[in-house]
Each structure stands twice: as C-alpha cells, then as structure tokens.
Design a protein around this ligand. Structure first.
Ligand code: A3P
Length: 313
C-alpha cells in the first residue's frame, strides 16, 4: 500500500490527450444493446445476462467482459454495487476507474493497476475469475441505506425523482442500475466463500466499524501488507484519516465542479452523510421492514446477513 509502489492515477495516462482519442465500443455493440429488453428510468436500463445495466454504460461493460485481460499478479479489480462505498473503497485502495470503455487507456496504465467497476460477478471475464485470474475486492451495504443514497444522489439532477419508484426498483423488481442487488451481492459473496484468496468481501458498515482493520486486511489480500516500520509510523491510521469522510468531503477538488462523462454530477454529491442508518430519516418503518424481508428471503441459507451499522440520527 506504500505510495511509492502504488498505482498511477488514471488521469496521468490521459494527460497526453489519449483519452479523447480512444474509440468507445458504443458503435460496435449498438445492435446488441438495441436487441435487449429495456426499462425507461432515470438511468435507462437494459437487461443483459440477468442484470439491469444502464444503457449508456453497457457497451463498456461488454467490452470489459469480452476483452479485459488482467495483468497478473498485480491487477486488482474493485467492485461495488452503486452507492455502497465505491468512492471510499477507491480512495482507500488508490483506484483507477473503468466505466466508459477507454480500453486503450487502460492498456497504457502502468502496473499495478486498480480497476473499478460495478459489473456483476457472472459478467466478469473468465480471465479475471478463472485460474490465472486476478484479485477482486467487493463492497456492499445495507440496501436500505443504498436506496436512500441512490435517491438522494440522483435527485441532485432530477429533484422530482420519486422515492417510491426508486424503492421498488431495489425492493420489488430489481431493476435498479446493476440490479437485482441481491444477485449482485450474492455473486461476490459466493465467490468470496469459494475463493477467499481471490475475492475479498467487504461491507460499508465493516469500514465504518473499523476502517484500520479492513485497510490492513485489504493490503494483505492485495499482497502489499503494511511493513512493521509502516505500522510503527502510523501509516494505517494516516491512510484512514486521509480517506475519512470529512477529509474527502472537504477537499477543494471534491467541493466544486462536476464529474461524469454521461450525466454531469456535482462532485459534492458523492459526499452526502457518510453514515449507516440514515434510512430512518427517509423511509417508513413499513418500507424498511419490506426491504429487509425481501433481502432476508434472498440471502437465506447463504451465510450472509444484511449489514448493520450503528444507528444514525
Ligand atoms: P450517503 O449517501 O449515505 O452519505 P458510492 O461512493 O458508491 O457512490 O457511495 C456513496 C456513499 O458513500 C454516500 O453515502 C457517501 O456519502 C459515502 N461516502 C463517500 N465517501 C466516503 C468516505 N470517505 N467515508 C465514508 N463514506 C463515504
């Protein structure tokens, strides 16, 4: 995890203007995308191999699925369900982002690369999941907080966005972006049980509970444990502090401007409350019970339970 050997931020390889020149796979997979069942919603979805992927990002996902080849043993793929702690995990792991299918740019990144995606486990390329693949770190979160976070996030662009519709897309038909959430989470959960050396399963609530412990675990898992000297120098605590909600929210770069190549999102929207349990302020006890029941049912017998954190508010 030492900075000197860490990955180079994605931006640096785009500085020579290559990002703009990378061809996107949009045209190549236009026919495939057009042939898939569609759901009109804030981020229009297409049902691809059992998951509702945002139409805009689907060509990049297909390109990733078909062509991404990890560099072993260095590459690490960071995966999250949207609004479950992607930004935090990326900061903690110095991640780079693969969302738009800038394949040539990805190729140019020096090793070790950290690649971030929301791609469901069954859609990961065989080159990642099979023998000779690479390591994967996954993060998920209490679905109740995830729904609230997603709604609050998208409302920044569409203030009249219905919470009831958003809730249904997670709790009822699973059409939320990259959903069904239960299948997304279970794919990585089962993989983490089958191959603990290859898939590390984390929750947002775990990180809230003890970020240091999980940063250590992540560093060990990635094959870059903190050395005794780094431990003694307080490197773990420093990393946690550097990536804390307050620190990141307060950074000038995160307070102004927008990000996103598709919908332009104010950067400060990525830092809202940063707690567990904020759902109590946004959903009725009946809705919460219903969502819990759906997930309890889906997770039954898997050994996974809905993540719980200390109540907020
Ligand atoms: P809330 O909306 O509940 O505040 P993602 O990064 O996957 O989009 O997830 C967004 C959620 O992570 C938001 O949750 C956001 O506030 C929270 N978050 C972002 N950075 C964080 C950090 N450094 N520490 C803790 N939570 C963070």
């Amino acid at each position: 995890m030492a900075a000197a050997t860490g990955p180079v931020p994605y931006k640096e390889v785009g500085d020579e203007g290559t990002a703009a020149r990378d061809p996107l796979p949009r045209d190549e997979f236009a026919g495939l995308v057009a042939s898939l069942p569609r759901k009109e919603q804030f981020l229009d979805g297409r049902l691809y191999q059992g998951f509702w992927l945002p139409e805009h990002y689907l060509p990049g996902v297909v390109a990733f699925q078909r062509r991404f080849t990890p560099r072993r043993p260095d590459d690490v793929v960071l995966v999250s369900f949207p609004k479950c702690g992607t930004t935090w995990l990326k900061a903690l792991a110095f991640a780079d982002v693969f969302t738009d299918g800038h394949e040539a740019m990805l190729d140019r990144l020096p090793s070790p690369r950290l690649i971030n995606t929301h791609v469901p486990y069954p859609l990961l390329p065989e080159a990642v999941t099979g023998d000779g693949g690479c390591k994967v770190v996954y993060i998920c979160r209490d679905p109740k907080d995830m729904v609230v976070s997603l709604h609050q996030f998208l409302r920044r662009l569409q203030p009249d966005l219905s919470f009831a519709d958003m809730f249904d897309s997670v709790a009822v038909d699973g059409t939320a972006p990259y959903g069904p959430m239960w299948d997304h989470v279970l794919g990585y959960w089962r993989a983490s049980l089958a191959r603990p050396d290859r898939v590390l399963f984390l929750t947002y609530e775990d990180l809230l509970q003890d970020a240091g412990e999980h940063v250590r675990a992540m560093a060990r898992f990635m094959g870059r444990p903190f050395s005794p000297a780094e431990e003694a120098a307080g490197a773990v605590e420093a990393a946690v502090e550097l990536c804390s909600f307050e620190k990141m929210k307060g950074l000038e770069v995160n307070r102004r401007g927008t990000s996103g190549s598709y919908k332009s999102m104010p950067r400060d929207a990525f830092f809202r409350k940063g707690v567990a349990g904020d759902w109590v302020n946004h959903m009725s006890p009946e809705m919460a019970a219903r969502l819990d029941e759906v997930f309890r049912d889906k997770l039954r017998g898997t050994g996974l339970t809905i993540p719980r954190g200390p109540r907020h508010g």
